[in-house]
Design a protein around this ligand. Sequence first.
Ligand code: ADP
Ligand code: MG
Length: 235
Amino acid sequence: MVTVREVIDKARSEGRTILTEIESKRLVKQAGISVSDTRLATSREEAISISKELGFPVVLKIASPEIVHKSDAGGVKLGLKTSTQVGKAYDDILRAIRQKHPQAAIQEVSVQKMARPGVEVIIGMSKDDQFGPVLMFGLGGILVEILKDVSFRIVPLTKRDAAEMIREIKGYPLLQGYRGQEPVDVSNLEELLLKVSDFVEQHPEVKELDLNPIFAYSDGAIAVDARVVLEGPSQ
Ligand code: ADP
Ligand code: MG
């Protein structure tokens, strides 16, 4: 397995501070956080063969450190059920990226399994000038984007911080099961927050971290997107 050090050194040697989704997932996986297994395809054929290995349905995404908001760029195709759909999605993604980001040098595609539906939550870390690393928790989608329904705590988190962060968001009832939706394993989310806190403490070279979204279930949770930004080389 590639170590955290190797991933960071490689990015730095290429003069990058932004890690790709695949690199970011490698880092957080080593912190014990479950992520959807994501592989790089360098050709259409490879995208199809990886899809067959992983098992349908799959998700294809643009894999380029230069493209941070993948869906906005037309770079995410969900729920692909056949080789034909994967081939078409591969072509569509590269066409969209060539149009919207013609300057992007790296234009590869990643393949991962489609995760089963769950409650989308997000965990983020950013550094505050006064307080240092701060973790954020919220529900995914419009609840975060429009309503800003999120909670914050300073790293390192205590168990109590983790428990409170989850319970103090307004959308908390959605995690307890809503209109037939399965209730989420909240203690698992608490552990996840503590793992992210540990990871951040152990890796001061990480400047920003986003797990957005994490799919939360009654029996665990899995991050389907991850983004890590490193401190600049002077740090
Ligand atoms: P972006 O760079 O736009 O944030 P994401 O990787 O988060 O791209 O993908 C956009 C959305 O697609 C996610 O918010 C999630 O709802 C869905 N998605 C992404 N990956 C998966 C997956 N493996 N399984 C199911 N849904 C996914
Ligand atoms: Mg995302």
